[in-house]
Ligand binder design. Structure first.
Ligand code: HXC
Ligand code: NAP
Length: 291
């Protein structure tokens, strides 16, 4: 069985990289990656850049994306433009897309990776907390897709990769907000694939399982890292960021030229087999009770 590619847990580039795909797979392409300053989004930016792509990495924190861009450019030699935006705020999205188009003259690939999550029982989740996660994950994905469509993709075509999750497939305790938000994004993937396909725009979702070295795993670790939980994963381990980045690279590249409207689950088979609804888990998280 194939071993996972090496990874590092910090938001740093890989010290060594062995090519599995053709090194110029994304040559002369430009990718706009929300959430590209950290975790999975950072590694996607790195792997795309190692394959000839220039990138825009965008999130709320300018210092986070600026630090990340310096690391990415130093390692790959490719240009990376760090931009601040809030995916919930369309004016900031428009300004960022304008800046990207001014710098590069085009965008070929959009990766919607920005997200927010935490563990919280549904009965203690405030109305605003539910709305906030829906706003970042679902409305945010729509906002950036819509702006890029209007400003570039409708005339030139493009590829969209939405980073989602498997939480809503079976229902997951403490995750009604994120599971609902990501399920809605998977629906959005299908709608936009159908509506925008004639414009030569491919839209797919990539749904990771628990991934090491990420904020997501740090926040959701109680759900995903216990030894019994790992044992029920068919591949007996969590995944790593490079594995997700390779899947994103596949979906974004011409290798996937006839693939649209799908959800590529990259979780070692976890969602098929995972344990879930223990009342103990539902009780163990103490969060705000304000509604
Ligand atoms: C319950 C919480 C909470 C918690 C915040 N809230 N944290 N409720 N438990 N741990 C509530 C707040 O009280 C508030 O509600 C509302 O959520 C909004 O919180 P703010 O702090 O005002 O929002 P904001 O500053 O915009 O921050 C958004 C955030 C934050 C999502 C709450 O955590 C964030 O910025 N996250 C980005 C990074 C992140 O989450 N990465 C992990 C992605 S992993 P009230 O009612 O008080 O106003 C992921 C994995 C998916 O998505 C699947 C894994 C298998
Ligand atoms: P992460 O590092 O926290 O990534 C989330 C990113 O989103 C951050 O860079 C954050 O940067 C940005 N962001 C949050 N709110 C934003 C907003 N309103 N506007 C713009 N950017 C915003 O977490 P991760 O674990 O790597 O997760 C990356 C993606 O993978 C997410 O879509 C997540 O749902 C998905 N996922 C992760 C796992 C996992 O195991 N880690 C599993 C399944 C799915 P700022 O704070 O600077 O804004």
């Amino acid at each position: 069985m194939a071993q996972p590619p090496p990874d590092v847990s910090e938001d740093d580039c890989l010290p060594e990289y062995r090519y599995l795909f053709c090194p110029d797979l994304l040559r002369d392409q430009v990718a706009f990656i929300t959430g590209g300053g950290s975790g999975i989004g950072f590694r996607i930016a790195e792997i795309f850049m190692r394959h000839g792509c220039r990138t825009v990495i965008a999130s709320r924190s300018q210092s986070r994306v600026s630090t990340a861009a310096s690391k990415l450019t130093a390692t790959t030699g490719q240009q990376c433009l760090p931009l601040s935006l809030d995916v919930c705020s369309p004016p900031t999205v428009m300004a960022a897309v304008d800046a990207a188009l001014k710098e590069f003259g085009k965008v070929d690939i959009l990766v919607n990776g920005a997200a927010g999550n935490f563990l919280c029982p549904a009965g203690r989740l405030s109305f605003n907390a539910f709305k906030k996660v829906m706003d970042i994950d679902t409305a945010g994905t729509f906002n950036v897709s819509r702006v890029l469509y209007e400003k570039f993709f409708q005339e030139h075509g493009g590829v969209i990769v939405n980073i989602t999750a498997t939480l809503g497939r079976r229902g997951q305790v403490l995750q009604v907000h994120a599971g609902s938000a990501k399920a809605a994004v998977d629906a959005m993937t299908r709608h936009l694939a159908v509506e925008w396909g004639p414009r030569n725009i491919r839209v797919n979702s990539l749904a990771p399982g628990p991934i090491s070295g990420t904020e997501g795993l740090r926040r959701l670790g109680a759900l995903a890292t216990g030894s019994s939980y790992i044992q029920v994963n068919p591949l007996q381990r969590v995944g790593n960021k490079t594995e997700i980045a390779h899947s994103a690279l596949f979906l974004a590249s011409p290798l996937a030229s006839y693939i649209t409207g799908t959800v590529l689950v990259v979780d070692g088979g976890m969602w098929l087999a995972s344990q879930n609804s223990t009342l103990g888990l539902a009780d163990m998280v103490v969060g705000p009770t304000k509604l």
